[in-house]
Ligand binder design. Sequence first.
Ligand code: LLP
Length: 470
Amino acid sequence: MSTVLLRSESIGVDLSRNTDLSLDKLSPNQQLLPLTALVNDQDHLEIGGCDVVELVQQYGSPLYILDEVSLRLACQQYRDAFAKHYQGQSQVLYASKAWSCLAICAIAGSEGLGIDVVSAGEILTAIRAGVSPSLIYFHGNNKSVAELGYALETGCTIVVDNWHELKNLDQLAKERSASASLIAPRVMLRLTPGIECHTHEYIQTGHIDSKFGFDPNEIEAVFAFVSQSSLNCIGIHAHIGSQIFELQPHQDIGDVMVRWFKLASEKYGLPFAELNIGGGLGIRYVESDDPPSIEEWVKTVCAGVIEAFASAGLALPKLLCEPGRSLVGATCVTAYTIGGSKTVPDIRTYITVDGGMSDNPRPITYQSKYRAVVANQMSAPLAQTVTIAGKHCESGDILIKDIQLPKTEAGDTLVVFGTGAYNYSMASNYNRLTKPAAIVVKSGDSNLIIKRETTEDLLRQDCLPERLRH
Ligand code: LLP
C-alpha cells in the first residue's frame, strides 16, 4: 500500500501515520480519513487509488466517496474480534440506519454481517442487497401493522419495543398460524437498561427516560405475556446510545442483562439464547476525539458478558451487536466545490460550498464538528481561518466553523471527512436541492452506488390537481 503523506503542518490536521504499519492494524473508526487516503504526485487527495479532483470532474459535486477497503476492514475487525474474544456464538449486524443502500448492505453482507433495519424500506434494501432474512433484525418504536406483517412474511427477526407492538404482533402471529401452519415468529425484546453515557442528549437511548424499549419495571409482566403468546422469543436487546467513547457503559451491559436472562428462564420458562447489546462505538471526527478501537470495544463487551454469565451460572448466549457509525462513518468523505466567499471585516470569512445541511444535517442538528481539506492543493500552506457555509436559506447552515485552510478560490474542491454515517441517510431535499451521488472507490476504480438526483426526480411524487392548473 502506498505511503501516506498528509502533512499536518500544511493542512492543520494531523493525518500522519506510521507508514510501516500495515493498514489492517489500524481501526478505521480511529482515523480522520479513510485508510487508503494519500496525497498523490499532483498534490491532490487520493482515496482508493482515485484522484478526488478527477472524481468530482467525472461525477460532479457534492459527491460522497466511500472507500471499500476501509469499510471491509471495519467489518472484518468486528467479526474477527468476536471470534478472538468470545467463546460462544456471535453475530455482528450493520445498523443500516447509518446509511442504508444496496451497495453498503451488500458489502456488509458479503463480510458475513447481518443487518439491523428499522423500516419496511430498510428491510427491502437489505433483502435486495442479497442479505438472508435470517440475518435481518427489525427494530423501531412504532412499527406499523403493515410493517410487522411484511417482516413476518419475509422471516426477519423482530425486536419488539413496546406493549402496543407486542400485542399487535401476537395477534398477527395468531391469525397467520390459523391460516397456515407456520413456525412461530422469532422475536427479541428491547429493554431500557438504565445505563447513562456521555453523548449528545438526542442520541442517548439507554437511560430510563427514553422513548425506546420496555421499562424494566414492567419486565415480569412482559415475560409473563410472552410466555403465553404465539411468539418465539429468543432473547433480549438493549442499546445505550451513539458516538460513545467510554468503555464502561458497554462493559456494564452484560451485568444488567444477565439478571433478565435468568429471570426469564427460571420463572417464565423462556429459554433465551440471544443477547444483543446494540451499537454505539464512536468515531474520530476531529483530532481531539479519541474513541477506543473496534477490537478494544468488542473485547470489553465480551469480557463483561462472559463474566456476568459465568457468575450467574448460565451458558454463554449468542452475542450480537449492531454498530453503524463505527463501520461506515470514517470510510466516506464528501467532496464539494467551493463557490464564493464573504468577508465580514474583523469577524469572519465565509466560504460557500455547493451543498450543506441537506447532505449533512449533523452540524445543524447536533452541533457536530468536522474536518476538511482542499483536495486540489494538499500541500499549500494554511493561509486563512474560514467558516464553511452551505447553500441553504438558513443562517445555521454552517458545515464547519473556524477551520484553517490554504488560500482558496472558486472551483476548488473541499473535502469533508467522516461523512459515511447519518449523512446520506438523513439527507433531505430542503430548498429542493437534489441529493448528491455516491460512489465506491477501490484500487483505482470508481463505481456509482447512488445516482445523483435530478430536478425531475424531485417532481416525481408531486401531483397538480386539475383545478389548480392555470
Ligand atoms: N442499534 C440501535 C437500536 C440504534 O438505535 C442505533 C442508533 C444503533 C444500533 C447504531 O448506533 P451507532 O453504532 O451508529 O452509534 N443520527 C445520529 C445518530 C442516531 C443513532 C440512532 N441509533 C447522529 O447523526 O449522530
